[in-house]
Design a protein around this ligand. Structure first.
Ligand code: GRF
Length: 199
């Protein structure tokens, strides 16, 4: 567990918080965050996107919206994290959102960054942490699943919960139909969570 408190607390003072999104894949949550951030009253501005996958579609979304984006190879985790920290510092990032980012950040990274890091997970945490959530939910014949936005600490999917949204399963659901139903809810839950953080 990370015992140290965050080094820096952010005061908005009427300005939007400079935010970075880490992605690895399709970037639909990134797209939704960008759309919300264009609203005058939304507290965050997406200023930087970093991917550990050179083929992530989300990089094209960043490009299309004129947002600075970077790819760093994940093959050497230390180098990857060092490169990310440098970018975060240079771009004065004060909030980091993980959105489909398939890599576990080290305790050192979390402590060095020092500002809030949040993640979206496609289950109702604390249930179904980790991978293959939809498969496990359907195997266990759960009546509902959902999605959760939470703070990131050095225990996987275990940080304090910000908001959750329930999504009902039905008997015809496949992993894919459930994934899509939940993903659709994620697109509003993530921005709502950021709004609730800065109220
Ligand atoms: C989402 O389901 C998110 O909960 C999980 O990875 C998926 C990313 O989707 N962590 P996208 O890249 O935002 O489309």
């Amino acid at each position: 567990m990370i015992k140290k408190k965050l080094k820096y607390q952010v005061k908005l003072n009427g300005k939007k918080i400079k935010t970075c999104v880490f992605i690895s894949g399709s970037g639909t949550n990134l797209k939704s965050l960008i759309n919300y951030s264009r609203n005058y009253n939304f507290p965050a501005n997406i200023s930087l996107v970093i991917s550990n996958n050179v083929n992530a579609k989300g990089l094209l979304i960043a490009k299309k919206h004129g947002i600075k984006y970077k790819f760093f190879s994940p093959s050497n985790k230390k180098k990857f994290e060092r490169a990310c920290l440098l970018q975060l510092r240079c771009n004065k990032i004060k909030l980091l959102c993980l959105a489909g980012f398939m890599q576990i950040l080290s305790k050192k990274f979390i402590n060095t960054f020092g500002y809030k890091i949040i993640n979206i997970h496609p289950s109702l945490l604390p249930k179904y942490k980790g991978l293959n959530t939809h498969k496990r939910v359907l195997r266990n014949k759960e009546k509902y699943s959902g999605c959760t936005v939470h703070y990131v600490n050095d225990n996987l999917d275990s940080g304090k919960i910000i908001l959750k949204k329930r999504v009902y399963t039905n008997t015809n659901d496949t992993e894919e139909t459930l994934r899509l139903k939940i993903l659709n809810e994620e697109h509003s839950l993530y921005p709502k969570s950021i709004i609730s953080m800065f109220k």
